[in-house]
Design a protein. Sequence first.
Length: 265
Amino acid sequence: MFARLFGRAGIAEDCQGSATVGDGFDSAFAVLMRAGFRDEYIYRAAVTHKILMGIHSLNTACMLTEFRAGACKADLVILNGTATAFEIKSERDSLARLANQVANYKKVFASVNVIASECHVRGVIDTVPKDVGVMCLLPRYRIRTVRDAVDQPDRICPVTAFESLRTAEARAILKVLGAPIPEVPNTMLHRAMREVFTALRPADVHLAMVSTLKRTRNLAPLRDLVAQLPSSLHAAALSIQMRRSQHDRLVEAVLTPLSDAMSWA
């Protein structure tokens, strides 16, 4: 599939004879970075490079992708001292669902940002509340903050946050907060734990959720892998689950001469 797609796209023809598979991905990424071509992955990569690995680091922060929040899924969530959701609105996206998405995110995350193309910025500002941050991905792959998000952990809904968590994570949060963990059959556990969360303070739940998710979804073990991959694949490596045994195979693959890889077909 790799060889077929790169052949159809003409990527290999634009690379030097000594290029590797990793160089080929970087060349493809450079094409997709151009304004008008940028899809959601380019925006994910920008947040990964400029915020997660630029302002923060894999040692201190964690990134979640497609994280459930009420009736929606947040494109990206960065956990540092707080939980910040990022909704992406690329050139190819519509703003039709934005108001509903933001309303759901605010039930789970203390801070919400919309990162959009220049053509959407005005529409985003007119659509979302003033406590929602607005960012713009500029043509030169830079992020400009149009409006800062307001961090409000006390506005979240503990029950909605609970519904976003794995059972083990919800248990861990109750333990951190000193709340009772229901001793009931597994078939009744979800409902019982949900009732406990209804009585908890929003800000306390949010703080415990951030610390718990940073531990359970820790990205620090991926540092060595990311360091060996081309920058175009960093966002993918941090969002796609792989077994540790697959890391070396992936690195070996991206180091393969592109001319050899084109014969994989």
